[in-house]
Design a binder for this molecule. Sequence first.
Ligand code: FE
Ligand code: FE
Ligand code: ZN
Length: 281
Amino acid sequence: MMIIGAHMSVAKGLEKAAKDVVAMGANTMQFFSRNPRGSNFKIYTEEEISRFQAIRKEHHFGPLLAHAPYTLNLASDKEKVYDFARMVIREDIARMDALEIEYLVFHPGSHTGIGTEAGIQNIIAGLNQAITGEEKITVLLETMSGKGSEIGVTFEELQAIREGLTHPERVGVCLDTCHVFSAGYDIVNHLDEVLEEFDRVLGLPLLKAIHLNDSMMPFGAHKDRHATIGDGKIGLSALLHVLMHPKLRGIPVYLETPLDDDGHKEEIQMIKEVIYESSGD
Ligand code: FE
Ligand code: FE
Ligand code: ZN
């Protein structure tokens, strides 16, 4: 069975979000580990957490994905920015692990002038102070579009990060279809080759999650603008090929398209219908 969900708000709590997942016909979700543009986070009561855990178990949710805030830049050489990023990644790995969330994804960072190599060294040091190796959670590096000085625009950069880690077994990859397309990986015409390259550079078993988004920006534009499924430059049929690719079977898929919960509900329904039709059973 397909594991699919959307990015959801947890502003009204974890329990409400889990109920909304069920109402949406989904079986997983992504949510922000804390305020995406700030640093605040909510402390959930024991009752709320246990009701949340009960819902996800009862409805057999697939792996849940927390997304770290955008304000986190582990590649930075600016002391304040870097110290903040080190603290947030350390806290959020621990907090999400305590909630039994399977994955925490973050944007590797932007080197803002110090160069990719130096930026990668900062990311490695930041992860090594945050990951104890005792966690159950897996930290995911997100593939990036390469806007500005973003790191993670190639599979090689993600592999370079992993190579420096004390606990590489706790770190995987989240592939964002909009970002890789915008980064110059042609998932529309050469999906097999892109997956072969991922496998050669990183190893396909490291691919733990897919952000399913269409792209407003053309191939290789290095710009990060998500479109709803079928309404961008990637298109519905290429995104369906990603969903149905035999090498990607079982990997959970999270929509980050510019829609609210009702829109995501329709999008998930549409995806299920076309997949059902094209699989012909
Ligand atoms: Fe992201
Ligand atoms: Fe994403
Ligand atoms: Zn994006």
